[in-house]
Design a protein around this ligand. Structure first.
Ligand code: PLP
Length: 375
């Protein structure tokens, strides 16, 4: 098979599966229990937290495990609004966020908050000026993603953070697609909340982390219950998931530079190969190394995805989270209907080989030559 959808989710390396298996079978104790198996499990949670913190250059006590990136996004935005409740009830975000942010903000609007959705330019870029000019006296929170999951565009979170430093506005960034793909630390980004998700970096699904640092304090608990995660996100810890997340991060950290250049080499090779297909258009700016968005204008992307899937080549039509719907990202970019409808996303991982890209390029060329545009 030719798996080219690493931005949707990633294969789990055997070492990660092994770490999880051990946590499930050998270290099955409840981390809150005061006897040896409990302490053993607690050790896994503590080490996991230290690994994630290390990868962000943060302190372990600034890392809170969540059940996924979606949870981290929702929690961060609500916690920031709660902390800044005396500042106001206005949120600034972008029109191209993942639905984990967009739908959360839409719900907050239904609850009486107001929001401004900053539009990207035609290439899918968001400028710091556009975000800053959306600020109002009553803006409490800014939420801007680090890397867009459909186009790979990298947004200027650092610049926004340094401009917000002297204003009472908290900054959240969804770094799910940026983590271990582009270099950053919690300090270099300067955001108060940073969302991560394990399954985009070789870890298991169902575990993520939220960094809470910078000016964030008095954090609103996500749930109310026991004392886990410092009482802010109670619930018995997902020990095996945490073990897998940490192992995945260790593996990627150990080969960080090599993986980055491999991803960039895959993207550049794909650009070169695909440029030979007449009519094919590249969508979005040169951004994070693992994502390349392309369009065959007029050829419905779902048909392309289905046909390639029949050949064992797996890519996604826009964002995997928006199956069947016209992508809000491509519409916000103002792409014409034919280009937007024909857009597919290719995304690469450490396991990608150039033969995967050759297979994809041949299949796209054949699709174009044997199918008529339908739009
Ligand atoms: N944010 C971005 C940018 C994503 O790409 C995703 C997953 O597609 C998420 C958030 C949600 O993460 P999770 O699947 O862990 O809920």
């Amino acid at each position: 098979m030719h798996y080219l959808d690493h931005a949707a989710t990633t294969p789990v390396p055997p070492e990660v599966a092994q770490a999880m298996l051990e946590a499930l079978t050998k270290d099955f104790g409840n981390p809150s229990a005061q006897y040896a198996p409990g302490r053993q499990a607690k050790g896994i949670v503590d080490r996991g937290r230290a690994v994630i913190a290390g990868a962000l250059g943060a302190k372990p006590e600034q890392i809170f495990f969540t059940s996924c990136g979606t949870e981290g996004d929702n929690w961060a935005i609500r916690a920031a609004l709660h902390q800044n409740r005396r500042v106001g009830r206005h949120i600034v975000t972008t029109a191209v966020e993942h639905s984990a942010v967009l739908q959360c903000v839409k719900q907050l609007e239904r609850e009486g908050y107001s929001a401004t959705y900053v539009k990207p330019d035609r290439e899918g870029r968001i400028s710091a000026e556009a975000v800053l000019s959306a600020l109002r006296e009553d803006t409490a929170v800014v939420s801007v993603m680090l890397v867009n999951n459909e186009t790979g565009a990298v947004f200027p979170v650092e610049e926004i953070a340094s401009e917000l430093k002297n204003r009472p506005v908290l900054l959240h960034t969804d770094a799910v697609q940026g983590f271990l793909k582009i270099p950053f630390t919690a300090k270099s980004l300067g955001a108060d909340y940073i969302t991560l998700s394990a399954h985009k970096v070789g870890g298991p699904k169902g575990i993520g982390a939220l960094y809470i640092g910078g000016r964030a304090n008095h954090t609103l608990p996500l749930l109310f219950g026991g004392g886990q995660e410092n009482g802010l996100r109670p619930g018995t810890e997902a020990v095996a998931q945490i073990a897998g997340f940490a192992r995945a991060v260790e593996l990627r950290m150990a080969r960080r530079e090599e993986i980055s250049s491999h991803l960039a080499a895959c993207r550049d090779y794909a650009r070169e190969k695909l440029a030979a297909i007449p009519e094919l258009r590249f969508v979005g700016p040169a951004g994070a190394p693992h994502i390349l968005s392309v369009s065959l204008p007029g050829y419905p992307s779902q048909n392309i995805v289905n046909e390639l899937s029949g050949k064992g080549i797996y890519i996604s039509a826009g964002s995997a989270c928006h199956r069947g719907r016209v992508s809000h990202v491509l519409s916000a970019m103002g792409l014409d209907r034919r280009t937007a409808a024909g857009t597919v996303r290719l995304s690469f991982g450490p396991e990608t080989v150039l033969a995967d890209i050759d297979a994809l390029s041949d299949a796209l060329l054949e699709h174009k030559n044997t199918r008529f545009p339908m739009l």
